[in-house]
Design a protein around this ligand. Structure first.
Ligand code: SAJ
Length: 427
């Protein structure tokens, strides 16, 4: 079986490598020539645990080759991004431009009897549309949606360990796709129709978004009435049927913060989903107000203006221990602080690209007036006494705001820091 994987991002590259390691002859395709070269010569920087090893194994075995152009194959797997497009009313919808161009890219190579699988997250109905599009070129074509479900940080484990869902435009398409995935998937594989599979994927991420929104709303309420939301959630979760998630500075990443919009796009009934999405999107504003509240007395006491004050941000990525900054709440918080006139510097040992420059720890904390923790990296959690002592010697005003409840409060307070936890009552 020859497999052509289109898109070598955080899903395509692991999937192509996995299939190659299971003895398929795989061609990985990406439009980015630079990336293709780096994969070939082993210089691509990969943070995801375990991924570098399987990519190397796949390339060395010669089962995986990479190129910028597709070639004829038996199976095509599309793993391109499906970003959100912002509409004039502020809502978002699924932008299928990369799916459409992937379809156009493979069209000249698709033959009768081929199978095309879409892993990208898509609006319900898209698989059918792709099928109709490809039928213009070939008579007998099988198309299925097999949404990726892996969580960044645990991709390799979850790629084989998780259950999969496959929705075919007909039974045969689903069965053909199942045959491919069962080579490396240890979990169960459930087959259904394509629209159901599309909806299932969106429901999974919406479920998580809504539950985080609930935690965030609790956080705002607890802040208002003077309750520690973290303690309250902890105790509530002792109930056998309650499992509240963690509040924080907002929901980032290119999945959970986007996918619920693809449901809103297809139905006016998605009111609750929309309002949860908006609540999560609004959390950076809540964080911004907290910073302003927290620094008000200090600012007045020393007659400082905002441009005299420096905020040091800990964490640019959308969540802990990953390098991805897409849709990161940090970016929105820095936007708000910068627009308000504060000097802002960001420190993140994991982040690759960020909208703003990144600085080393010393430069970042030097003469700062407040540290704002926005990401739950282990390096922040594990800050030692020596490190805090170092920070204390560089900083101007010892204020620290923890939006993730990850710091050792006692330790920071021992060094004279005024510690503030998001969702823990008015100041
Ligand atoms: N977050 C919270 N509180 C929580 C959990 C997460 O504020 O209790 C925030 C994170 O900090 C982050 C965002 O939510 O900003 C999303 O992080 P995440 O770890 O919940 O999820 P992702 O986006 O990394 O991956 C999700 C996963 N979906 C589900 O768990 C239902 C993953 O399985 C999907 O494959 C992935 O989306 C995807 O690609 O769709």
């Amino acid at each position: 079986n020859n497999i052509c994987v289109v898109g070598l991002g955080y899903i395509g590259l692991p999937t192509a490598s996995m299939l190659a390691n299971y003895n398929y002859n795989v061609l990985g395709v990406d439009i980015d020539q630079n990336k293709v070269n780096q994969i070939k010569n082993g210089s691509l920087k990969i943070e995801e645990p375990g991924l570098a090893t399987i990519v190397k194994g796949a390339i060395n075995s010669k089962n995986l080759t990479v190129n910028t152009q597709p070639a004829p194959a038996d199976v095509f797997i599309i793993c391109v991004p499906t970003p959100a497009r912002t509409n004039s009313d502020g809502s978002k919808s699924c932008d299928l431009k990369y799916i459409n161009s992937a379809v156009e890219n493979i069209r000249p190579y698709v033959k009768d009897g081929n199978l095309v699988i879409i892993e990208s997250t898509i609006t319900p109905g898209t698989t059918e549309k792709v099928y109709k599009e490809l039928r213009k070129s070939v008579n007998e074509i099988y198309v299925a949606h097999c949404p990726e479900r892996v969580i960044p940080g645990r991709i390799i484990k979850e790629l084989s360990g998780n259950d999969r869902i496959i929705g075919g435009i007909n039974q045969k398409s689903a069965e053909m796709a199942k045959n491919i995935y069962k080579s490396f998937v240890e979990g169960n594989i459930y087959t259904t129709n394509s629209k159901t599979a599309e909806m299932v994927k969106l429901m999974e991420n919406t479920y998580r978004d809504i539950n985080i929104a609930l935690a965030n709303e609790f956080s705002k309420i607890c802040d208002e009435i003077g309750v520690n939301v973290w303690e309250a959630i902890d105790i509530a979760n002792k109930h056998p049927r309650v499992n509240i998630l963690n509040p924080g500075p907002g929901v980032g990443g290119h999945c959970i913060s986007i996918d619920p919009w693809f449901i809103v796009e297809v139905s006016d009934n998605a009111k609750f989903i929309k309002s949860a999405r908006e609540l999560n999107d609004n959390m950076p504003n809540f964080v911004f107000k907290k910073v302003e509240d927290e620094l008000r007395d200090y600012k007045e006491e020393f007659k400082l203006s905002k441009k005299d004050m420096k905020i040091c941000i800990f964490g640019a990525t959308y969540k802990g221990n990953v390098e991805d900054t897409r849709e990161s709440p940090s970016e929105k918080v820095v936007d708000l602080l910068t627009d308000a006139g504060y000097k802002v510097m960001t420190y993140d040992p994991h982040a690759e690209l960020f909208k703003y420059p990144l600085y080393d720890l010393e430069t970042c904390v030097l003469n700062a007036d407040c540290i704002l923790v926005l990401t739950d990296h282990d390096v922040f959690k594990e800050t030692t006494s020596e490190k805090i002592e170092f920070i204390e010697s560089k900083i101007r005003n010892k204020h620290i705001i923890d939006t993730k409840n990850i710091l050792n409060q006692e330790l920071w307070e021992k060094f004279g820091f005024k510690y503030k936890l998001l969702g823990n009552g008015r100041i």
